[in-house]
Ligand binder design. Sequence first.
Ligand code: ZN
Length: 251
Amino acid sequence: MNEFDITTIDDARGGRAHLVRTEHVNWVLLQDDSGITLIDGGYPKQVDAVLESIRDIGADPEQIRAALVTHAHVDHIGGLGILAERYGFGVLMDPTEVPHARREILQQATPLDIAKISYRPRVLRWLSGVIRLGVLDKTGIPSSQAFGASRPLDLPGRPVPVAIPGHTDGHSGYLVADGRVLVSGDALITGHGISSTTGPQCLHHAFQHDLDRNRESLLALRDLDADVIFPGHGDVHRGSVSDAVDIALSH
Ligand SMILES: [Zn+2]
């Protein structure tokens, strides 16, 4: 049985954007006749699941042209280094996020940060799940590079980066499917292993590098026309970004 399910949105040019949702984290596949762009790549132990999801949409991993990263936390870049080397593609992101992905700096919750919230219900159960997926892995991707200046990026699916700093300094979302879908990474999520609610929300502050800046960045998204959100954690959200931001900030 698959450990993921896939939601697909078609664009006007025959391309498709797929949200691959797993229990603990999501990634996105952009597919058109020029190949595949991967956005994020799950935990270190999810390499095989990423490959399976690519085959599941009728594609081949050899078709991956590049991986984009929303931000360089272990649950989003875990398996990308291995895949990039195996299939020979670049791993690209906001210029500010590059030193983070190379692990020259680290803006990630420490074991102490997690210990402080371990009294909360769900945290220990979540932790045992993500330890199995490799959450403690500290490996970076030394070959990480900034994405280019063209908009849209010259990659399958024609993604357009949207800076959403706060969760990490170089966190980036991406508009895909002709701007209809916002890939929101961890700036705006709809569920998480330690959250008791579903629907638009911010990640718990223990996981935020700069919570106030994240909230400020979300306000700037309210002008976007996208009506679907592919979050880094949780289910697909259908509805305006503006409404989703209001709900997330009301918590
Ligand atoms: Zn994160």
